[in-house]
Design a protein around this ligand. Structure first.
Ligand code: NAD
Ligand code: TYD
Length: 354
């Protein structure tokens, strides 16, 4: 049985992962540690908050004393580190917190794991760890930078991040690699493409467009809208993480993706069509600085070596996701309170239109 520390479990993917675990591997203890920033919302987990085998601790992953205490109190054996500042546009406006949370926070967790799992913690050269422990760092395809029309990211593609967000995620990956190489800590890194699905914060493309369509608000498309992302349903990301956590070879990186490349404008048009909204809502706005043109994941390693495959088609996943947002209007209204409303005003002020 795992004593699993899930950081950032009140966010989009972390929360979906906890739900996925409850459904598919309910025997494990899950300790959800989240600082509850603007992106964290416990309402997303309200129906499982009283479950046996689930605990929530509000804490910041940069708090070393607290992290060590959590490892001890719950005798943590596995970590899935989702906690991060995750939005590229915010990282352009205010990069610093991306560096402290995404890099230093990860290093604090690695230290706590190393200390708790090492069989000779006072020997700084010891590489002997307890059996059945693992640190999984949830990373992103954005660490590879941008692609042109051809090619895909494989695990050996050089890191070439372009935004403060992706640079911070790449830095965390390198620190994880160093703890694996130098200290022998059992680490995996997963690099997934863009996720969509229920409970995603409406600052990201798909929930933002769904929400604005429902409300009849304009749909802000950056630049020419021809940027390409490789979309994966969040539930498929969760099954891939569980696969790597339980079967991945320590020290290895695994890319995760489902071969679903779509241009942003085509996604916006699909949402418009599904919701019966008007194409006139599309508003082309100033492009994001340093906007990556195309991402595409080569998933050969995880599919052939670990036998993982996605279960959603993009069409089914999107139909289900749009219906979910239609049926969960109150969740949306609650997360759209104070801080986000201010952010939206600043980000999409009239001067932003092209
Ligand atoms: P999110 O922004 O929805 O959630 C992040 C969570 O982390 C929030 O609950 C927030 O409160 C928490 N958090 C932030 N700073 C913290 C801190 N200092 N201490 C403790 N908790 C803190 O993000 P998401 O979209 O769920 O992404 C989760 C992870 O997956 C991130 O590491 C991200 O880089 C990675 N990822 C995301 C995508 C995607 O498409 N969303 C794709 C690939 C990888
Ligand atoms: P986003 O969901 O922010 O994810 P990421 O930047 O991590 O890929 O954006 C996805 C794509 O959608 C990206 O190319 C930027 C674009 N986009 C818009 O055109 N308009 C928007 O309002 C947002 C939030 C994103």
């Amino acid at each position: 049985m795992m004593h699993l520390l899930v950081t950032g479990g009140a966010g989009f993917i972390g929360g979906n992962f906890i739900r996925w675990m409850k459904k598919n591997a309910p025997e494990h203890l899950i300790v959800n540690v989240d600082a509850l920033t603007y992106a964290g919302n416990l309402e997303s987990l309200s129906d499982i908050s009283e479950d046996e085998g689930y605990r929530f601790v509000r804490a910041d992953i940069r708090d070393r004393t607290k992290m060590e205490e959590i490892f001890k109190t719950f005798d943590i054996t596995h970590v899935v580190n989702f906690a991060a500042e995750s939005h590229v546009d915010r990282s352009i406006v205010d990069p610093e917190v991306f560096l402290t949370t995404n890099i230093i926070g990860t290093q604090v967790l690695l230290d706590a794991a190393k200390k708790h799992w090492n069989l000779a913690p006072d020997d700084k050269y010891s590489r002997d760890y307890r059996e059945n422990v693992k640190f999984l760092q949830v990373s992103t395809d954005e660490v590879y930078g941008a692609l042109g029309k051809e090619g895909m990211f494989s695990e050996t593609t050089p890191l070439s991040p372009n935004s403060p967000y992706s640079a911070a995620k790449a830095s965390a990956d390198l620190i994880c690699r160093a703890y694996s190489e130098t200290f022998g800590l059992p680490v995996n890194i997963t690099r997934c493409s863009n996720n969509y699905g229920p409970f995603q914060f409406p600052e990201k493309l798909i929930p933002l467009m769904i929400h604005n369509c429902i409300k009849g608000k304009s749909l802000p498309v950056y630049g020419d809208g021809m940027q390409i992302r490789d979309w994966l349903h969040v539930s498929d990301h969760c099954s891939a993480i569980y696969t790597v956590l339980t079967r991945g070879t320590s020290g290895e990186v695994y890319n995760i993706g489902g071969n679903n490349e779509r241009a942003n404008i085509d996604i916006v048009k699909l949402i418009i069509k599904t919701l019966g909204a008007k194409e006139e809502l599309i508003t082309y706005v100033k492009d994001r600085p340093g906007h990556d043109r195309r991402y595409a994941i080569d998933n050969t390693k995880i599919t052939t070596q670990l036998g993982w495959s996605p279960s959603y088609t993009f069409e089914n996943g999107m139909a289900e996701t749009i219906a979910w947002y239609q049926n969960n209007a109150s969740w949306m209204e609650h997360v759209l309170s104070g801080e986000y409303a201010d952010y939206y005003e600043r980000m999409y002020a009239p001067s932003f239109e092209s």
